[in-house]
Design a protein around this ligand. Structure first.
Ligand SMILES: Cc1cc2nc3c(=O)[nH]c(=O)nc-3n(C[C@H](O)[C@H](O)[C@H](O)COP(=O)(O)OP(=O)(O)OC[C@H]3O[C@@H](n4cnc5c(N)ncnc54)[C@H](O)[C@@H]3O)c2cc1C
Length: 688
């Protein structure tokens, strides 16, 4: 099996023609990164990846990293030497600021280098990748002292970094992290707990490993708001920068995995001897916020793994298809056999791989250049627009490219026929290695939620609308290009129109909870008195009679949840209908529930207590799930609009409902009465 060949021509095309590297180098921060310098760097680093890292891919898979049973991990033969060369050549330092000893190159250049390193050996690339995440966190949030202690050596790669987030009970949901941090007398912290799945948590490549560990300080609030981030080095660092005592942490075992065998995935134990020494980064309870700021680039890098591994698989498959003879292609004389690359089906597979690879590269590099422009463009409006684009594109880069990585490496196996299924050809390794990328750094299910629930509603849909408009703006150019590009134009038109339709559909379904005002719900805590007063104001505003204050059921549930006695009911005159046991189909009842199941107007929402918010959130989550699964749909003319812009519909057909939706500018979503019924019944059981 021949080795990896860096696709420099394809990379250059994207850099020059699609993402305007030239324009980037006109920014003050990147004046030294003119295109010729950048291409020189990429050529040189491509050579390194192909000659030094690429040949390790197979041995990395067959030998894998090993655990000696006593805390030590050894990487496969050749990895230590290659990593040493990587550090000596200074490749790891390329993107980081000069003040920390870095090259100060654009992120775009890093992404291009990372593409080649990952294609050469995905397992090898993970060590620098995790280090990069730790450097980003430290350079943004570390104190000057912490930066001076750790960053220089991490930027060169002499010390490596890890991200310790996951625990057995805390994977996608980091809100339930249990690792503990207690303050010590000397201003440091004692860390205890277990972390799992820690990439390069232990290894023999570097002199020290700087772990960034998420843990809870005493009395931290529950959930993600109570997570802090600590530096926990394998070896403590003396004041003069030399290595000191071994810290109280160890690797307990490494995982036996489907792929990336050379990358040790470690179970880490902190504080078996009383507590590992840790140093708080920034402020306590802000750990998740710090993690989020570096998440975009980490997710972009994982998306890149989909591209890189597909590229490597494509190169292998193309080579094989040009060597392997089998059968007779159409038009081939009798008695001769053809190269399989001549068979239309094999060409289809190869071209499918190639087309998606180019599309992925265009997307990922656009995302990367936007990271640079969001930080360094001189125009604040452009910085803002680019940051929005980064936010929108990141879950797509991660989710789409890593799913494609699996699909395309599977096509690579198919092109090899039976030889694809045996390990000797190496093409099966790409499929196995690629399989992790849709899982880590936020599973692709979590990326989908991020895209739909957080990114599409940005600027009330304005960000995605801008992107769609930008895509559509290509049409006149394509039209002017004449018949040669007519096919591309037609495909773009139908693609963008499908995207617009799907986005609009999703936007209409999106509950009001994802609208920005909703975030103010967290603003509490206010007492029931404030809730009552706000509810009264709301009732008066809406001209409702006394007794129809919509807050009462909410208050009762909240009081029960908080273990308090419910507030006594006060009735004047005839008991209002809503206080009676609800009757099926009672529209006022439904209005009431809808009201409580959706975020009320901001002034009202701001008065919710934490317990009330919890009750609301629980109900609302269920509604979201029902919406997502199609159990609730939009239907029929409005029965009653509530102040959230959500409606209840009672109509015989969906067409009428859509008309209402289109005509009423306030309406954002709603539910058919029939469909609401079983849901309401289950809520009522909870209420009783
Ligand atoms: C090889 C490898 C390396 C790793 N490296 C690191 C590392 O260096 N540092 C680190 O901290 N972690 C690391 N991880 C952990 C990784 O990030 C987690 O495995 C990942 O976040 C998923 O968590 P989980 O495994 O607990 O799956 P779960 O969270 O249990 O998810 C299981 C399934 O449920 C779905 N799911 C979960 N919650 C929801 C939801 N709210 N809505 C919809 N679907 C949901 C998921 O999409 C998934 O399909 C690594 C994992 C592996 C396998």
């Amino acid at each position: 099996m021949a080795g990896y060949v860096p696709p420099l021509r394809d990379i250059r095309f994207v850099l020059e023609q699609l993402v305007e590297l030239d324009g980037l180098s006109k920014l003050e921060a990147f004046a030294h990164a003119d295109p010729e310098t950048v291409f020189g760097v990429l050529e040189e680093s491509g050579r390194f990846m192909a000659d030094v890292v690429g040949p390790l891919n197979r041995i990395g898979d067959t030998a894998g990293s090993t655990y000696d049973g006593d805390g030590q991990v050894s990487t496969p033969p050749g990895f230590r030497e290659a990593y040493r060369q990587y550090v000596d050549a200074g490749w790891g330092a390329v993107p980081f600021p000069a003040e920390f000893g870095g090259g100060g190159f654009p992120w775009l250049v890093t992404v291009a280098m990372q593409e080649m390193m990952t294609s050469a050996s995905m397992a090898f690339s993970l060590c620098p990748l995790l280090t990069q995440g730790a450097i980003e966190a430290l350079s943004q949030y570390g104190s000057p002292e912490q930066q001076a202690t750790y960053l220089d050596k991490m930027v060169t790669g002499e010390w490596t970094g890890t991200m310790n987030l996951t625990e057995p009970q805390a994977g996608s949901d980091l809100g339930v992290v249990r690792a503990k941090a207690v303050p010590a007398d000397d201003g440091t912290w004692r860390i205890t707990g277990q972390k799992i799945f820690i990439t390069f948590g232990e290894h023999d490549l570097a002199g020290n490993i700087i772990h960034l560990v998420l843990a809870r300080v005493p009395d931290a609030p529950a959930g993600t708001k109570g997570i802090s981030c600590f530096i926990v080095p394998k070896y403590l660092v003396n004041a003069d920068g030399s290595l000191g005592a071994r810290n109280d942490l160890r690797c307990v075992s490494i995982e036996h995995k489907l792929g990336i065998h050379a990358s040790p995935t470690c179970v880490m134990s902190y504080g078996d001897g009383g507590g590992a020494t840790g140093y708080l980064i920034g402020e306590a309870n802000q750990g998740m916020r710090y993690m989020f700021t570096m998440m975009n680039t980490a997710r972009l890098s994982v998306g890149l793994q989909g591209l890189s591994i597909a590229e490597r698989s494509y190169q292998d498959a193309l080579r094989y298809a040009q060597e392997r003879k089998q059968g007779r292609a159409i038009g081939t004389p009798a008695g001769e056999s053809s190269l399989i690359v001549e068979h239309p089906d094999v060409r289809r597979m190869l071209l499918t791989m190639k087309a998606y690879i180019e599309a992925m590269r265009a997307l990922l590099y656009t995302n990367a250049v936007s990271v640079d422009l969001a930080h360094h463009h001189q125009d604040p409006a452009e910085r803002q627009a680019r940051q929005e684009l980064v936010e929108l594109l990141t879950p797509i880069s991660k989710g789409w490219c890593t799913d494609l990585g699996v699909e395309l490496t599977s096509l690579g196996v198919q092109i090899f026929g039976g030889m694809g299924f045996v390990e000797e050809t190496g093409v099966a390794q790409h499929l196995r290695d690629s399989r992790i990328a849709p899982i880590y750094e936020g599973t692709n299910g979590i990326q989908a939620i991020d895209l739909v629930m957080r990114k599409l509603p940005m600027r009330h849909g304005g960000v995605v609308a801008d992107l769609l408009a930008q895509m559509e703006s290509l049409d006149p150019e394509l039209a002017a290009a004449g018949p040669e590009l007519a096919g591309v134009r037609a495909a773009l038109t139908s693609g963008v129109s499908a995207l617009r339709e799907a986005t609009t559909w999703l936007g209409a379904k999106l509950p009001a909870a994802v609208r920005p005002g909703h975030r103010r719900l967290a603003a509490g805590p206010f007492g029931p008195g404030r809730v009552r007063a706000a509810a009264r104001r709301e009732r008066l505003r809406r001209g409702l009679p006394p007794g129809q204050d919509r807050h009462r059921p909410l208050l009762r549930r909240a009081a029960a949840a908080a273990g308090r006695r419910p507030a006594p009911r006060r009735h004047r005159g005839r008991r209002p209908a809503l206080r009676r046991r609800p009757q099926q189909g009672d529209p006022r009842l439904m209005t009431e529930w809808i009201y409580f199941l959706h975020p009320p107007r901001d002034d009202f929402a701001a008065t919710m207590t934490a317990a009330e918010e919890a009750v609301w959130a629980e109900h609302f989550q269920r509604l979201q799930l029902m919406l997502a699964s199609g159990q609730l749909i939009l239907a029929g003319p409005t029965l009653g609009t509530v102040n959230t812009g959500l409606c209840i519909f009672d109509a015989p057909d969906e067409q009428a409902a859509r008309q209402v939706m289109e005509e009423d500018p306030v309406v954002r979503g709603g539910y058919a009465r029939g469909e609401l019924r079983p849901f309401r019944a289950s809520l009522l059981r909870g209420r009783d």
